[in-house]
Design a binder for this molecule. Structure first.
Ligand SMILES: Nc1ncnc2c1ncn2[C@@H]1O[C@H](COP(=O)(O)OP(=O)(O)OP(=O)(O)O)[C@@H](O)[C@H]1O
Length: 367
């Protein structure tokens, strides 16, 4: 198989019951996860939950303490990064400043396929096989550069590019080897809002065109919700829930996932007090997203308004109940606002309530 043609090995990559210990500490606890061809998965979780370690285990930069890593049915647990041919893109994507865009992109191919002698600038003049190799590499570089709209910039140096263009060069360099899978570790976190949005679109489009399995590691839920086909929510070294963005947003499996997903943290009213919202609240936690909490004189659950924050299109009210539970409501439009210190009644439609048992696990909606 030629390294400069579409790879036949692009496909499925899995972790099977993988645990990773650093000394006595278990960073990853018995994780199983499969990335399929053509699938975009986001690994989403707070700092320190084990996202990067999971990515490094897939790439072969860490070795599993137990469990297996499989690439298209082949056990690669003990194999290093070179044998896996997985592309990695990190937050800090150092380009070589003294090399052109074309040379930066071609570097992984030249390092992989040519000897130090063959890489010398004039080597193509000496041998047909070296010239053939150089032509094939130039063709592949142009192919990848075109995919990423860089074809007109190939002779520039990194310092002559915008931040977004530099990022695309780094993406091209990661893709040029025609990888088995593409792993991205927080690739958007250094970008401003505008560029971040554009790069999200770019990555989605790139994924659609190449169909490589993509794994995006992020702590930013809006990156995950907007880009991924499936999200694996990681909490404390384990996958707490794996599902489509819609599925995870609408039916979080437990309180930890429920309070992690969503632009504004889900309110959680504890058992007992929650009976003021629903009879099942005697035994269950009742979760409600801020956008679903209404201020109503008929609301049995009462709270004192502690702060009012204006966010342009919406206003967030932070309130405290008699039992000291903090609740937030998000009000839109020209609704009249209560004032700070005022006591208000709160009402919630049953369809907007999430029920969790005392252990924090999701419960079916009680009748
Ligand atoms: N080489 C190492 N030696 C010891 N502990 C480590 C090592 N690498 C990671 N850890 C620990 O493993 C846990 C998971 O780390 P990891 O970097 O995977 O988290 P993360 O979710 O990627 O965090 P962040 O978003 O902050 O990068 C952390 O408690 C971390 O301190």
């Amino acid at each position: 198989m030629s390294a400069v043609t579409q790879s036949e090995v692009s496909g499925r990559i899995s972790l099977e019951g993988v645990t990773k210990k650093f000394g006595e500490a278990e960073a990853i606890k018995n994780i199983s996860l499969t990335l399929h061809k053509g699938e975009f998965v986001a690994l989403l979780g707070a700092s320190g939950c084990g996202k990067s370690t999971t990515l490094r285990l897939l790439a072969g930069l860490e070795t599993a303490t137990s469990g297996r890593v499989m690439l298209n049915g082949r056990d690669v647990t003990k194999e290093g990064p070179a044998a896996r041919n997985i592309a990695l893109m990190f937050q800090s994507y150092a380009l070589y400043p003294h090399l052109t865009v074309a040379q930066n992109i071609s570097m992984p191919l030249r390092l992989g396929r040519m000897s130090a002698l063959q890489r010398l600038p004039g080597a193509g003049l000496l041998s047909n096989s070296v010239r053939g190799m150089q032509d094939a590499i130039a063709k592949r570089v142009l192919e990848v550069a075109t995919t990423l709209r860089l074809e007109k910039l190939l002779q520039r140096k990194p310092s002559q590019l915008s931040g977004g263009q530099q990022q695309r060069v780094a993406l091209a360099r990661a893709l040029v080897r025609d990888p088995s899978a593409f792993l991205l570790d927080e690739p958007l976190s250094n970008l401003d809002t505008q560029l971040r949005g554009d790069t999200r679109d770019e990555l989605r489009a790139l994924h659609r065109r190449t169909q490589y399995p993509f794994l995006l590691v992020t702590h930013d839920q809006s990156d995950a919700l907007s880009m991924a086909d499936r999200i694996a929510v990681m909490i404390d070294g384990q996958i707490a829930q794996l599902g489509t963005p819609k599925n995870i947003f609408e039916t979080p499996a437990n309180i930890a996932v429920a309070t992690f997903i969503g632009n504004h943290r889900m309110n959680m009213v504890p058992p007992g007090e929650a009976e003021l919202l629903h009879t099942a609240g005697g035994q269950c936690h009742v979760g409600v997203r801020p956008e679903d909490v209404r201020i109503s004189p008929n609301g049995k659950l009462e709270a004192v308004v502690e702060s009012i924050a204006f966010h342009g299109e919406e206003t967030i009210l932070r309130m405290k109940t008699q039992n000291n539970t903090t609740l937030r409501t998000m009000l839109r439009g020209t609704q009249s606002l209560p004032s700070q210190g005022q006591t208000v009644g709160l009402a919630v439609e049953q369809s907007a309530m999430h029920f969790f048992d005392r252990q924090g696990q999701r419960q079916k909606v009680p009748q």
